[in-house]
Design a protein around this ligand. Structure first.
Ligand code: M6R
Length: 360
């Protein structure tokens, strides 16, 4: 039931702080040592490489997860698009471990990979899903729940943030078992609380994003999201949201790649939305902003407080850089929502799309 909300998507965006609290309760009640089964952690510890498999938004959550797993567990991690991997001839490592990210647990492309994992590669797997007893839940060796609550809108929002949060919890637990110093110092419980508070402050100020969508996105034919590192991964997710429900031709780009070709597309007033949450690359992305500005782009920045400057239009609270995607995606979700409304579309039921994609 969407109660007083005009669309499920807005309700689900607003629910994200509560979802993070639910994940804390499920996995971290009164402790910073996650409640994850020893069997699962032992199987993962044995792996020489993690393969994260997903489609669409779940793939994007996997991209963010790569860094979490590599920093916290020191296990090399590869992230793959399910529909591609399903028919590829990968050179797998000696002891692969597969992680399936899927909100619905029914995505045919992801399931096809799991069929190969079980029948051809005989490797252990974990499905992280929102739906208990779904196909991918049943067919994997291990399973964890997202605890996001039902997601109804076709455009995935709270499942994305939940997937990143659960990846962080699992990576923390595994890093603890492996006695990785970085993991021992990473207070995932506190970070999730900070993220919940941060997201709350962003959704409390949604009118500001509504205004920006009205000014910058109501009429445009195309738009770009840019960033580096995890900011780039969020740019991919942000662009997908905009495409799906507002039908604006949007692309997520690695900021540094623009000048290698794509910058030719920038015209007067082309919206370019830059994500800046990583200290190491902030300066470089700022230079890339100058490059597109001088070609006429209408620039909008989503920046963490710690890296903000006077001219930044959307400033968000700062948490651990590894988890900034939890925060920086939220303004992008709201921009997509309001852009869709501005353009007069059905936010929850975009054309040509189904909530769960059960064909390959
Ligand atoms: O249920 P899944 O997480 O496996 O679904 C994967 C994609 O189909 C899904 O994330 C899709 O990209 C969303 N509509 C994006 O908003």
């Amino acid at each position: 039931d969407r109660g007083a909300y005009p669309y499920y998507m807005l309700k689900e965006i607003d629910e994200q702080p509560a979802v993070l609290h639910r994940i804390q309760k499920a996995y971290l009640e009164n402790t910073d040592k996650p409640a994850i089964s020893t069997e699962l952690l032992t199987a993962m510890k044995h792996a020489d490489r993690l393969y994260i498999v997903g489609a669409g938004t779940s793939y994007h959550a996997g991209l963010v997860g790569k860094q979490l797993f590599e920093k916290l567990t020191q296990i090399p991690t590869e992230v793959v698009v399910a529909s591609e991997f399903a028919y590829a001839d990968p050179m797998l490592s000696q002891r692969p471990f597969f992680i399936f990210l899927t909100q619905s647990g029914e995505t045919a492309d992801s399931r096809q990979v799991l069929v190969r994992v079980n029948n051809e590669w005989h490797a252990p797997s974990l499905t992280i899903t929102n739906v208990e007893n779904s196909t991918l839940y049943r067919e994997a060796t291990y399973q964890l729940l997202l605890n996001a609550g039902p997601e109804i809108a076709v455009a995935s929002t709270k499942a994305y943030t939940a997937q990143i949060a659960v990846e962080a919890v699992v990576a923390k637990a595994l890093g603890e078992v492996k006695e990785i110093e970085f993991a021992q110092k990473f207070d995932v419980r506190r970070e999730l609380s900070l993220a919940a508070n941060g997201i709350q402050s962003i959704v409390d100020e949604k009118d500001k994003l509504k205004k920006i969508a009205h000014q910058d996105l109501a009429k445009t034919r195309n738009a770009f999201y840019i960033g580096r590192g995890v900011d780039y991964f969020v740019a991919l997710e942000a662009a997908l949201k905009l495409k799906e429900i507002s039908y604006i031709q949007a692309e997520g780009f690695a900021s540094g790649e623009l000048k290698h070709g794509t910058i030719a597309l920038i015209e007067d007033h082309t919206p370019v939305i830059a994500l800046i949450t990583q200290a190491k690359t902030a300066g470089h992305t700022r230079s890339n902003i100058q490059e597109v500005k001088s070609r006429g782009a209408q620039v909008l920045t989503i920046v963490s407080e710690a890296l903000a400057k006077k001219e930044d239009r959307i400033v968000i609270p700062t948490i651990s850089e590894l988890l900034m995607p939890l925060m920086s995606v939220v303004p992008a979700q709201l921009l997509a929502y309001y852009a869709s409304l501005e353009r007069g579309y059905d936010v929850d039921q975009p054309r040509n799309l189904a909530k769960s994609v059960t064909v390959e």
